[in-house]
Design a protein around this ligand. Structure first.
Ligand code: GFB
Length: 326
């Protein structure tokens, strides 16, 4: 008999949290933050979890950021706040992608260092890797060449989070002799899930396709997929990503990034992902491809070998089920 473990029953390292801990999640009310919150509830995690939104303060502003730290006194930080968007938004707002993200990252990481936060996990993305890269992409190739032109501003801003975290780790080592890694990063592939941005022009592909399917159903019209439908993506369910980020916070002690992703075998084409959505939503009409719209990167196949080696028991939510829940 083979025994198949169907769900995760715990998050390793959860016993390290005490009720004195304050875990500050920046960008905490977005897609990823909601995925973390779902895990905090599911596993009844200890500590005071604070899910910040932009309404609580503008992290691009140094004083406002500082105030959030002095008021909340976090012992841990998961830094998710970012100016984000899908391919089309990335192409349209490059200066904002650079300026807003760099300002937020500088302020947040500086406060984490200043107030001696025990561990800070920041979030990158697989789209920030070099455009010309060997597949599957490994964490170690992060800085090995220019990113894809479509999201270069976002990519450079995110790559610098890796650098700044390492520089603060280094300063701490040099000044205090303490070599504990306090800054690290996770690199998720394309996230999706409940609480996503379902706006068609600004958002990512899966919520956009869901919204378009709803309109096509309601208006009895064609369903339009942008581009050729051929690009490949590894889609990660936000609730799984939340679990993996908490795991990293409590267990991952390297300053090198760790990819959080489904495996290479779970990469799907945009067209195939669209078919799963149409099937779940009961759409039986015409499907058309608008090839005047950009395909973006053809693929960015990432290796999740490091994660699997460190957390072999992790069980991913099946794609079908995650789409249905979304
Ligand atoms: O999720 P997405 O916008 O971002 O996916 P990326 C874009 C792919 O889906 C392209 C196709 O191949 C599009 O042509 N697509 C088809 C659509 N229909 C649609 C639709 O209705 N909406 C959208 N948005 N796409 C992003 C980066 O790249 O990856 C971001 O630009 C971010 O910075 C994200 O990091 C993870 O996967 O191409």
């Amino acid at each position: 008999h083979t025994r198949v473990k169907m769900t995760n029953t715990t998050i390793p390292g959860a016993d390290k949290l005490t009720d004195n801990d304050v875990i500050l999640v920046t960008g905490g009310t977005g897609l990823f933050g909601k995925g973390i919150e779902a895990n905090v509830k599911k596993y009844n995690l200890k500590g005071k979890w604070i899910f910040l939104s932009s309404k609580d303060g503008d992290l691009r502003n140094q004083e406002q950021c500082e105030k959030l730290f002095t008021e909340n006194k976090p012992t841990y930080v998961i830094h998710l706040a970012a100016f984000v968007g899908g391919l089309f938004r990335n192409m349209k707002y490059k200066p904002e992608f650079w300026i807003d993200n760099v300002n937020m990252n500088n302020n947040v990481l500086s406060c984490c260092h200043k107030y001696k936060v025990k561990k800070t996990v920041s979030c990158l993305s697989t789209c920030v890797f070099p455009d010309k890269v060997t597949y599957p992409i490994l964490e170690s190739s992060l800085h090995n060449g220019p990113p894809h032109f479509s999201n270069d501003a976002y990519a450079y801003a995110k790559r610098m989070v890796d650098c700044l975290g390492k520089w603060f780790n280094e300063r701490q080592r040099n000044e205090t002799g303490d070599d504990t890694v306090r800054f690290t990063t996770v690199i998720p592939t394309n996230l999706f899930g409940p609480h996503d941005n379902f706006q068609i022009e600004d958002g990512h592909v899966l919520p956009g396709l869901m919204h378009k399917a709803k309109i096509a159903l309601d208006t009895n019209s064609d369903f339009v997929i942008y581009g050729t439908g051929k690009p490949l993506r590894q889609f990660l369910y936000s609730v799984d990503a939340g679990h993996m980020a908490i795991w990293a916070l409590l267990n991952y002690n390297s300053e090198e990034p760790v990819m959080i992703s489904v495996g290479e075998d779970d990469e799907v084409s945009i067209a195939d992902a669209a078919m799963v959505i149409l099937d779940k939503m009961g759409f039986k009409g015409n499907v058309v491809y608008d090839t005047t719209k950009s395909d973006g990167q053809y693929k960015k196949t990432a290796s999740n070998e490091k994660f699997k080696r460190l957390y072999p028991d992790f069980v991913f939510t099946p794609f079908d089920q995650a789409i249905e829940e979304t």
